[in-house]
Design a protein around this ligand. Sequence first.
Ligand code: NAD
Length: 254
Amino acid sequence: MSEKDFSGQVAMVTGAGSGLGQSAAVLLAQRGARVLIADIDDAGGQATVALCQTAGGEALFIHTDVTIEADVAAAVARAISQWGSLDLAINNAGTTGPTKPTADYTLEEWNKVVALNLNSVFLGLKYQIPPMVAQGKGAIVNTSSGAGLMGFAGLPAYVSTKHAVLGLTKAAALEYIKSGVRVNAVCPGSTRTPMLEGWMGGNPAIEAAMANSAPIGRLAEPNEIAEAMVWLLSDAASFMVGHALAVDGGAVIM
Ligand SMILES: NC(=O)c1ccc[n+]([C@@H]2O[C@H](COP(=O)([O-])OP(=O)(O)OC[C@H]3O[C@@H](n4cnc5c(N)ncnc54)[C@H](O)[C@@H]3O)[C@@H](O)[C@H]2O)c1
């Protein structure tokens, strides 16, 4: 890919105040896109804007709770009013939810994970797709997980919602490909982000187990996943449609 593959394009990245979303936003900005940073964390979002600017790019933060329809609609509208179009999107905000078996989940805990991991992707697609269809071109990547491809005990809501993100990706991909809009998903393996660090709780035994859960024998760095997200958005991936791209150090083939 050339350094400025996304020149003239406008991107929206949710959950871009940290981790994978932040890395992807910075890569997009470095490669010429103007990037709308949508996150509930104002400090994290502003930090990402600064990183994009340091990388020589242009970015703007808008406080967005991706579980709230009006917030998602406003974020899309802001990208278009600021820069004139929306060409690229990464629906990435998410959480693991509590770690415990299915029968121990409360309905409230379950619904919170569904809202953040699945409804948010639906809302993103609902508002991002129409302007892309209107201009006859667009590309969207949804963040699923290795937990979208395999089962993991103790994370029932996470596993369910990440599988569902792949179903939604495939349905939307089929619906809009003739309109020039490609929808794909990434399925990251265990990646060293604040979310995973929090989940591992600083326990070296848990970190070693996570590292060894993939044949590669280590955690991913956020940039290794972000590169795949950004490639799926690029014209280099023009024949990729409805795909669930595992970027996981070989975990899914074990
Ligand atoms: N880190 C991993 O090992 C891993 C593996 C597979 C999939 N993923 C997925 O990657 C995505 C990003 O995870 P991460 O590891 O970078 O986590 P992270 O916690 O570092 O980043 C998540 C971001 O989402 C934001 N966010 C949370 N709730 C929000 C809301 N309601 N509205 C808007 N933004 C909100 C947070 O403020 C944060 O900036 C998630 O969907 C996660 O499930 C992560």
